[in-house]
Design a protein. Structure first.
Length: 571
């Protein structure tokens, strides 16, 4: 073991010329008043970086410095030092070669007490490596996945449920004292924390014949987190239903609910849906992370021509703006970003939703409740008597709701809503098929925005990609310019769970109603309307927008084809 020496960080940085004596004195004064660590003060003041500090300390102690920002450590190696101690000591085992000393990364190699404690825990020789603290904590977050902890807690719950000595109320956390220590509560807390850390949008808890499977939806794709004993399925579903205020005695019918959970990373609203299946109740939870805040229209990174069309639509005092696309395509996010742009003290905005997904100050938000006959139509009619300027209808679900919304758009209200159609051009036809009168569609509908979400290439492992002949043919077939093209692909790393993708972005197309299109709609000339609509959208379809993102190196052609290949585009 390379025993650290006691050094004075401020003096060391001053000797290296990284810190001025006056800055050191200022920091020492602040440390005396607040008790904060000196290095943290230096970094927050912007005088030095964490990497500069780590490299300086490493040279002084004659230990290696290592950049661990892209390091991948196996869970069994990281687990040699338990996660709790790793976070407290700001240290982690990063290498464990057979027959040689362990390598331990440490944010503060001068911490002799921490050094001694690590030795007592590991009971093996180890060598110190100096690292930047932020990089180390990110590595700890990546390496100590919750999967093993979930499995461990699930095993404990299985064992406790098999014991006749344990009361079910204690296992489920129903007692007022020590509820947070109940096995199922700790299991669910771990599931939620891991889902938040991995940016999951949904948690799927699915009972199988011989196991309970927990999966996360990350960037639109499901990933298995753990599979455990099927015996705990009922206990987990029961606890979630209790948290949601659902009827725990009803297991034969689907139920929907909502609750709020407090986590280390902030509070999360959880929307829950239960459904009886062959082997128990399946539970799906949509995570609505309120701490991330709502996006603004510029924050959506819309193409300039798309943002211009939206701005023209919402600058009008009346009319209807529809956002279309399948479930999970980001429609609600787009509408709320639009509401953010409209929200001020001069406008009254009412939303009619099922459920209310985001809470925005200044809005009058109404939750639809079908069980008490508070449906979309009834709430919308009541909302129009509240003298609104802007009305958001969560979804045009049926003819009556669509007609009330269209009539509101014709009588001086700006109406925003969503509709499930494949593309912008087929939206008018869909409304007619629902039974909405032709004249209403022609006179009230101003803008239809169709959108999808594509996964973006992970910036940590992105590398240039040379398109093959098939890919080039697909790109060139759209007639897009390849000037400055930079095709990229992620090779897979710890930051993206080896998928090559991290995060998602929208791709869009829109149809803006004008005089000619309105005339054709009123005449009932569907063929003429479709042909003119295609001309208006030429070069700006979903497929074009997705492919432009490919050329810019933001996503891959596989992703572009995944969201647009089935669309009938006659370009």
């Amino acid at each position: 073991m390379n025993q650290p020496a006691r050094i004075r960080l401020g003096d060391l940085l001053t000797q290296e010329g990284l810190l001025q004596p006056a800055q050191l004195q200022e920091a020492l004064t602040e440390q005396k008043a607040t008790g904060r660590k000196l290095g943290r003060i230096f970094v927050e003041r912007g005088w030095v970086t964490e990497v500069q500090i780590a490299k300086t300390v490493a040279r002084q102690l004659r230990v290696p410095f290592q950049d661990v920002s892209n390091l991948s450590v196996r869970g069994d190696i990281a687990g040699l030092l338990p996660e709790g101690q790793a976070r407290r000591l700001r240290a982690m085992v990063i290498e464990a070669a057979a027959g040689s000393a362990l390598r331990v990364a440490m944010a503060d190699p001068t911490d002799m007490a921490g050094f001694d404690e690590i030795g007592r825990i590991l009971k093996r020789d180890f060598q110190l490596v100096a690292v930047a603290e932020t990089q180390l904590m990110a590595l700890i977050d990546r390496s100590y996945t919750g999967a093993s902890e979930m499995a461990s807690l699930a095993e404990q719950l299985t064992s406790d449920l098999a014991s006749v000595d344990d009361a079910l109320g204690d296992l489920l956390g129903l007692s007022a004292v020590g509820a947070e220590d109940a096995p199922v509560v700790r299991l669910l807390q771990t599931v939620f924390e891991e889902a938040l850390r991995r940016r999951a949008s949904d948690i799927h808890i699915e009972p199988q014949q011989a196991s309970l499977r927990i999966r996360f939806r990350i960037d639109g794709v499901l990933h298995v987190q753990t599979e455990t004993d099927a015996k705990i399925s009922a206990a987990v579903a029961l606890r979630i239903k209790l948290m949601s205020g659902l009827d725990i005695s009803e297991r034969r019918l689907p139920q929907d609910g909502r609750f709020h959970v407090k986590l280390k990373g902030g509070g999360v609203d959880v929307r829950i849906s239960t459904m009886p299946t062959q082997f128990g109740e399946s539970v799906v939870m949509r995570l609505l992370n309120q701490s991330t805040g709502l996006l603004s229209l510029p924050g959506l990174q819309l193409p300039e021509h798309v943002q211009g069309a939206i701005q023209r639509a919402i600058d009008r005092p009346s009319g209807m703006f529809l956002v279309t696309g399948p479930t999970g395509s980001g429609k609600t996010t787009t509408l709320y970003a639009t509401l953010n742009a409209l929200n001020n003290t001069e406008r009254k905005i009412i939303t009619v939703e099922d459920p209310v997904e985001y809470r925005l100050a200044g809005l009058n938000q109404v939750q639809v409740h079908e069980k008490i006959d508070l449906g979309f139509e009834r709430v919308l009619r009541a909302a129009l008597r509240q003298d609104p300027d802007v009305v958001l209808v969560g979804e045009m679900r049926d003819q009556t709701t669509a007609e009330v919304g269209m009539r509101a758009a014709m009588t001086g209200h700006l109406v925003l809503s969503t509709l499930h159609t494949n593309d912008a051009l087929s939206t008018a036809t869909r409304l007619l098929d629902m039974g909405v009168p032709r004249y209403m569609v022609a006179l009230s509908l101003h803008l239809v925005l169709a959108q999808r979400l594509v996964r973006t290439v992970c910036t940590h492992c992105a590398e240039p990609h040379e398109p093959d002949a098939r890919e080039m043919a697909l790109v060139e077939g759209l007639g897009l310019s390849l000037d400055g093209a930079r095709f990229m692909r992620g090779r897979g790393c710890v930051h993206c769970n080896d998928t090559g993708y991290a995060g998602r972005m929208g791709v869009y197309e829109f149809l803006e109603m004008d005089g000619e299109l309105i005339t054709l709609m009123n005449r009932g000339d569907s063929e003429g309307f479709t042909q003119l609509g295609r001309q208006r959208m030429r070069g700006n379809t979903l497929r074009h927008d997705a492919t432009r993102r490919v050329i810019q190196g933001l996503t891959t052609l596989d992703e572009a084809l995944r969201v647009s290949v089935y669309l009938d585009e006659d370009d």
